[in-house]
Write a protein that binds this ligand. Structure first.
Ligand code: MN
Length: 578
């Protein structure tokens, strides 16, 4: 575990493991980029990205992910740009770092269910590559391990974000070990008083429990397994985490720690699935099982992929004992979840056949999609049917995007939404008075299409009213309702628009189909025609067609004139705003 090794050691160790290749080059770049920067702990900044990278090494992830782990803070915190990374390491690594940078903009300030859910979705939506989430989790793990150095206010916010966003995310990806550690790290910051209490009582309880299991249970279980030819079984004890003891205590057990049966569970690792069931049978022969407490997560894995047999039995001295029985492979997958799975799939991708790279990519995506689906199914277990449909729509991200406010709040919008939709989603007044928008710091037109992870800033003008033109591009039905409501309240808005029309006088050599061609050209420019008539007036004996359009923007008018002029038999175009 990297938290316990000396920080400087991590850098050396990483350099030793990867003397050449992209990881070595990433180390060189990060060393230069972060030179002189210090962490809040006073240590050189480089300690942080290398600790993150070491965690990714421990999770057996691939080289681009480890390199991106080393570089993950360079774009946000140093002069290095994404273009620099792309040039030096290629698109794959640059893309991973970009994902992390986007997630870094999100701030979790409003602690409520909806905001938490949105934030998790945004994280997944901007992480089109699951490896971004792995890097983010490794990043958060190291930040939590060194949280003591931050001011108390920040500690609380980050601990809450970890407990409510990142730990559940890790859990949903089947990364139990990470999820549990994140929760335990957050616990003392969120519940300092309870943490002190638990630290007083738990060690004694643990001690007593372990002694009982070691002396009264382990020898007996070893004996009965051996007699039943279940060979090479490894028996160990799993202590329940403080954070989950706390949750259990407040939820069910009236703060009585003696009533927690699984404070320490007995874990048996056997060689095969058949041995799992054999071991379960043998244990039940010797210790009566509690009814309704046998769980077969091998036949029916948990949605996050967790596999194991669980049973609770009455042990020696009438004490209640929980057993968890599994194979080594299941055990490893239970601990690292999709990270283990992801690599496993990748290695198994066949070398021949279609392009191996493509094949590999497909397998990665498959695992990712399956994981999302599993998560989704879990979410749905507790929801009524209409809500399920609604969530399905949102959760497969195909028709939703997640943009961010300058304060770091997440805003959930339909796909292809515009800054106007964004403004109305935040507040009706913001929508009504919106005059301009910046996306990721750059001015954009109000009909600009937003993407997940975009940071959107709305500029307003006091007393401004929405423009009826917005109805042409506003995406969300509720935005359109707001605009229409504003127009209903102030019909002069429409008149204002009507008042600013442009009259074109088009001098033509008349021919069949000319009016139709003119109308079509104008419609293609998305300009509404109020009137189109052949007049009796002429110019140099050529007839004049009068067209009134709902347009008053000079550039648009000029573009329109160019279009009209390309139509066959059009001689001249005269215009004025009316
Ligand atoms: Mn970081």
């Amino acid at each position: 575990m990297i938290g316990t090794t000396h920080p400087q050691q991590t850098i050396k160790e990483l350099a030793r493991q990867f003397p050449t290749g992209i990881i070595a080059r990433a180390l060189t770049l990060a060393t230069k980029a972060h030179a002189g920067q210090k962490r809040k702990t006073g240590e050189p900044y480089l300690i942080h990205p290398t600790a993150v990278a070491q965690t990714l090494v421990d999770w057996n992830l691939d080289e681009p992910t480890i390199a991106a782990g080393i570089l993950h803070d360079t774009v946000e915190d140093t002069a290095t740009t994404l273009a620099d990374l792309e040039k030096e390491f290629g698109g794959e690594v640059a893309n991973l770092v970009n994902g992390i940078t986007k997630i870094g903009k999100i701030k979790y300030r409003n602690r409520n269910q909806a905001q938490a859910e949105n934030l998790r979705k945004l994280i997944l939506a901007v992480s089109d590559d699951i490896r971004v989430v792995f890097i983010k989790l490794a990043d958060r793990l190291h930040n939590m391990r060194t949280l003591a150095a931050l001011p108390p206010q920040k500690q609380k916010r980050i601990a809450a974000e970890t407990d409510e966003i990142y730990a559940p995310l890790a859990y949903r990806l089947g990364m139990q070990q990470v999820a549990g550690e994140l929760q335990d790290l957050a616990f003392p910051y969120l519940h300092p008083e309870e943490d002190r209490q638990l630290k007083k009582i738990i060690p004694k309880q643990y001690g007593e429990r372990l002694e009982y299991l070691e002396k009264m249970v382990k020898p007996k279980v070893e004996d009965i397994l051996a007699k039943n030819l279940i060979q090479e079984a490894v028996i160990s004890f799993r202590a329940k985490r403080y954070s989950s003891i706390y949750k259990k205590l407040i939820h069910a057990q009236h703060m009585d720690i003696k009533k927690i049966n699984d404070l320490v569970a007995v874990r048996i690792i056997v060689k095969s699935v058949a041995d799992c069931y054999a071991a379960l049978g043998v244990i039940h022969e010797h210790f009566p099982p509690l009814p309704g407490r046998i769980k077969d997560y091998i036949a029916m894995p948990k949605p996050n992929g967790y596999r194991s047999l669980h049973t609770t039995v009455i042990g020696p001295q009438e004490q209640i004992i929980e057993f968890q029985i599994r194979t080594q492979e299941m055990h490893e997958e239970n601990e690292t979840g999709i990270a283990a799975h992801w690599l496993y799939k990748q290695k198994k991708a066949p070398a021949g056949g279609t392009s191996p790279q493509k094949n590999e990519q497909m397998k990665k995506e498959l695992a990712w999609v399956q994981q999302l689906r599993a998560w989704q199914e879990r979410e749905m277990e507790h929801k009524p049917a209409e809500e399920v449909i609604q969530t399905m729509k949102i959760d497969f991200f195909q028709d939703r995007i997640f943009a961010i406010t300058p304060a770091g709040d997440v805003v959930d919008l339909p796909a292809e939404s515009t800054p106007v939709d964004f403004a109305y989603r935040i507040h009706t007044q913001l929508g009504n008075t919106c005059t301009a928008a910046k996306v990721n710091g750059v001015f954009v037109p109000l009909d600009h299409t937003l993407h997940s992870g975009d940071m959107v800033e709305i500029l307003t003008q006091k007393n401004k009213l929405p423009s009826p033109d917005w109805l042409d591009f506003a995406k969300s039905p509720s935005t359109r309702e707001h605009i229409k409501a504003a127009i209903r309240q102030k019909p002069s808005l429409l008149h204002a628009a009507v008042a600013k029309k442009t009259e074109f006088r088009v001098v033509v050599q008349n021919r069949i189909g000319l009016l139709k061609d003119l109308a079509a050209a104008i419609a293609r420019s998305h300009v509404n025609i109020s009137e189109i008539t052949a007049t009796n007036a002429t110019r140099d004996n050529f007839p004049i067609i009068k067209i009134v359009c709902e347009v008053n923007d000079r550039t648009k008018i000029e573009k329109l004139i160019i279009k009209i002029k390309t139509i066959k038999e059009v001689k001249e175009v005269i215009w004025k705003i009316i």
